[in-house]
Design a protein around this ligand. Structure first.
Ligand code: MG
Length: 329
């Protein structure tokens, strides 16, 4: 590794290598090493997370960079069973950027903050000369109040079932189609949404959630592989139980993508105690009818993910590698 490549930001194998060899090595501490969606701090009372947004185009079907910037950070807090409370908003904007577009982006942010019941309480603005940044980059950092403690990607056991909250790949497919000017269908839009209201409902209904993770960069396959490694388990998923809508399937077939590694921005995976799986599914289906129990734990190959095809064959579902699509979020 001599120079940064685009693949180092893919949310997959190369991204993990960069993080572990450079950042974890320097910043090493036990909170960071838990590799959760948000750090749990202050004796388990608070969740703390940050995310930067560089998506292009800035406006796309279903959302824009502003909505994404609030959803991204708030969702990482929600995945730890926390209620998003306070955010920072840091903006790096290029000279010449349209004030009207900036207003639109900030108004999307405010709308999404209200859905989460969170507020921006600190911020920063930097303007850089034309060409120093592509239009606008946004960083948000958030603090949330932990409502249910103990949720962790390091604690999944064979008593858990694996559930996906809706059909996968819509965000990645939407961004790809927008960037390439592919008019596949007017139906396809990003799944970008705030997950806290769904998480709140699950917790209110006393669902025994072991772990949750939003399937952002690297998609469903990245999350499953991270969980397999972090919890030292083998996850077995059934291909025909993984929901993929026709539009995303069409784009995947056309371009040779795998929907399981396409990015999502409002789709999450849950590891739920088996006895609660059906009840959790019923709650999730009220938000999206495509929620599905996709897998279980086995002891075939520890730290690996196995995909059972509809024809009865098995293969490993590996961590995505290479760079499919940079600047997806
Ligand atoms: Mg996340």
């Amino acid at each position: 590794m001599k120079q940064i490549k685009l693949a180092h930001g893919n949310g997959g194998e190369e991204n993990n290598e960069l993080i572990s060899k450079i950042f974890y090595k320097a910043f090493k501490n036990e909170i960071l090493e838990k590799s959760e969606d948000a750090a749990i701090i202050e004796d388990g009372k608070l969740a703390f997370s940050t995310d930067s947004f560089t998506v292009t185009p800035l406006f796309f079907a279903g959302a824009d960079i502003g909505k994404l910037a609030v959803c991204g950070t708030c969702n990482d807090l929600a995945m730890m069973g926390a209620q998003p409370k306070y955010l920072t908003c840091s903006v790096i904007v290029e000279e010449g950027f349209s004030i009207d577009e900036l207003k639109k982006i900030v108004s999307s942010m405010q709308k999404e903050l209200e859905i989460n019941g969170a507020k921006v309480v600190s911020g920063d603005t930097k303007v850089v000369p034309r060409g120093s940044v592509d239009k606008i980059f946004i960083n948000t950092t958030g603090i949330g109040k932990v409502l249910k403690s103990g949720i962790s990607s390091n604690s999944i056991t064979d008593e858990d079932a694996i559930i996906v909250s809706r059909d996968i790949g819509c965000h990645g497919a939407t961004i790809f189609a927008a960037r390439e000017g592919i008019e596949l269908t007017s139906e396809l839009k990003s799944d970008c949404t705030s997950l806290y209201p769904i998480v709140k409902k699950l917790l209110d209904e006393d669902i025994h959630v072991t772990a949750m993770r939003d399937a952002t960069r690297g998609g469903l396959s990245a999350v499953l592989n991270e969980w397999a490694k972090q919890s030292n388990i083998c996850i077995e998923v059934d291909e025909d139980k993984i929901p993929v809508c026709d539009e995303v399937m069409g784009l995947c077939e056309l371009l040779g993508f795998d929907a399981t590694s396409l990015a999502n921005e409002g789709t999450f995976l849950l590891a739920v105690k088996t006895q609660d799986a059906k009840k959790a599914l019923e709650i999730l289906q009220k938000f999206n009818k495509n929620a599905s129990i996709i897998g279980k734990l086995t002891d075939l190959h520890v730290k690996k993910v196995i995909l059972n095809s509809a024809w009865g064959t098995q293969r490993f579902l590996d961590m995505p590698t290479g760079e499919l699509l940079p600047r997806i979020c």
